[in-house]
Design a protein around this ligand. Structure first.
Ligand code: CA
Length: 459
């Protein structure tokens, strides 16, 4: 950029500084570190407003890779259980950015924060989920993709996001990727984005509670921010804020079991996974689709490029589910119709008894003409609401520490009876999913029907 009559415009810590060098007027504009002339705001139902002051953040939001997150739901198939859960990963990503921004503001006010880390931290907060695809978990199961790898690839690869980050400085994109990958040397920055109590979790708990409409999941986030203190390489919480932290842990526990692991949501996910699996099998067998899944072909062939991956979103996937209801393959047709019209699988507890008779059960399905590869599935949910440090799981599972009035640190479950009672307790749930309607539609004299009903205690 050339400005007449002035020296190079140099931005330092976000503020433009004019300098004259060799009497030349060439201006090198490190535009990314610049502040916007006017603050931009997004209206947000959870945080009221999301404030953007850095040009880089504003530009990142405007990239094609980030805008794509508008077309990916934060909670995948949950909208089939809680119809309000239509919110996108776009809103969540802005929310995580906003929480990080406000926490940093509080830290800065207390002179507890190295300001040279601010922009890296804000970028990492904004971009931490950018590699998510449509219905990530089902895709990962069927195609072996990994959204975390794609997040890294988008930040480091041939993308608009990468180019913007590199404009901010050589190697800047790598630093952002390292924060998200949890290898960044400043652990404080990492723990703001990923730890047992971080900006990501705070946003999704509140946001998902808001959009699903459930009454649990709420906690006093601002109170938590106020009692957060950087201590060496981690963030600790003042003892006086312990009850707000307890509330956060309990809300997380409630949300997992009431929303995230809801069996109807899991059922929708099972059906979705089976559709993708069936489409892949058909493609590899040379099946002629009336509606060729062009954007999915490289995925079926196991060699999808980043460019193709970025073309996928939920609208694309749902289009195929819609039109595949008219394909010639009865399994693909039926599964798509089930998903689109919410005729999901029913479930029973996957007991030891069923496990011991699983082959017999699958045999009875086969005998009844219901392919168990597509119509019988076990899904397991497992979570521990709060965990102590476990070797090999560093970062995610660092225990939460309380800052005692005498300046010492104490692990949360030592001080809190509520948290102590659930610490390290892993709850696991196994359910068996199957199309009950298909079973009940079998003729009464069918031996297969009788066996299935006996094994699954259907009457
Ligand atoms: Ca997230």
């Amino acid at each position: 950029m050339l400005l007449q009559g002035r020296g190079p415009l140099i931005y330092e810590a976000g503020h433009p500084v004019w300098k004259k060098e060799n009497n030349r007027d060439v201006v090198i504009l490190t535009r990314s570190f610049a502040k916007l002339n006017e603050e931009k705001v997004f209206k947000d139902p959870v945080h009221r407003y999301i404030h953007v002051r850095e040009r880089l953040i504003w530009d990142l939001i405007g990239t094609a890779e980030f805008q794509r997150l508008r077309r990916i739901r934060q909670l995948g198939t949950t909208y089939l259980t809680f119809h309000g859960a239509e919110h996108s990963r776009f809103g969540h990503s802005l929310g995580v950015y906003e929480i990080a921004r406000r926490i940093i503001d509080i830290f800065k006010y207390r002179h507890d924060w190295d300001d040279s880390e601010t922009l890296i931290c804000l970028c990492a907060a904004l971009l931490h989920d950018v590699g998510h695809g449509p219905f990530s978990h089902s895709f990962e199961k069927v195609f072996g993709t990994d959204h975390e790898q794609y997040t890294q690839a988008i930040i480091l690869g041939d993308t608009q996001i990468h180019r913007l980050l590199e404009e901010a400085g050589d190697g800047f994109s790598e630093k952002v990727a390292d924060v998200i990958g949890k290898t960044y040397e400043n652990r404080l920055v990492v723990s703001l984005i990923s730890s047992q109590i971080d900006a990501d979790r705070m946003d999704y708990l509140l946001r998902d509670a808001f959009f699903t409409g459930v009454s649990y999941g709420h906690f006093d986030m601002e109170r938590i921010w106020r009692v957060m203190r950087p201590a060496g390489d981690q963030i600790v919480f003042k003892l006086s804020g312990m009850h707000a932290v307890e509330d956060y842990i309990m809300s997380r526990y409630q949300m997992y079991w009431q929303v995230y692991f809801h069996p109807v949501t899991r059922s929708a996910e099972v059906v979705l996974t089976k559709i993708l699996h069936r489409a892949k099998v058909l493609y590899n067998k040379g099946f002629t689709f009336h509606y060729q899944p062009v954007p999915l072909i490289t995925l079926f062939e196991g060699e999808i490029t980043l460019k193709d991956y970025l073309k996928l979103d939920e609208s694309v996937i749902m289009y195929f589910f819609q039109v595949w209801q008219e394909e010639d393959d009865p399994i693909l047709r039926d599964l798509c119709s089930r998903f689109m019209n919410r005729r999901l699988f029913k479930y029973v507890e996957f007991t030891k008894e069923i496990l011991n008779h699983f082959e017999e059960l699958a045999g009875a399905f086969r005998m009844a003409g219901i392919d168990p590869d597509y119509y019988l599935d076990v899904d397991s949910s497992s979570d521990s609401p709060y965990d102590l440090y476990r070797p090999g799981e560093e970062g995610e599972k660092q225990p939460i520490k309380l800052l005692m009035p005498d300046g010492s640190l104490r692990e949360l479950s030592q001080e809190s009876d509520v948290v102590g009672s659930i610490t390290g307790k892993r709850r696991t749930d196994h359910k068996l999913y199957y199309p009950k309607d298909r079973v009940l539609a079998l003729p009464d004299q069918s031996i297969a029907k009788k066996r299935i009903c006996d094994l699954l205690h259907i009457r």
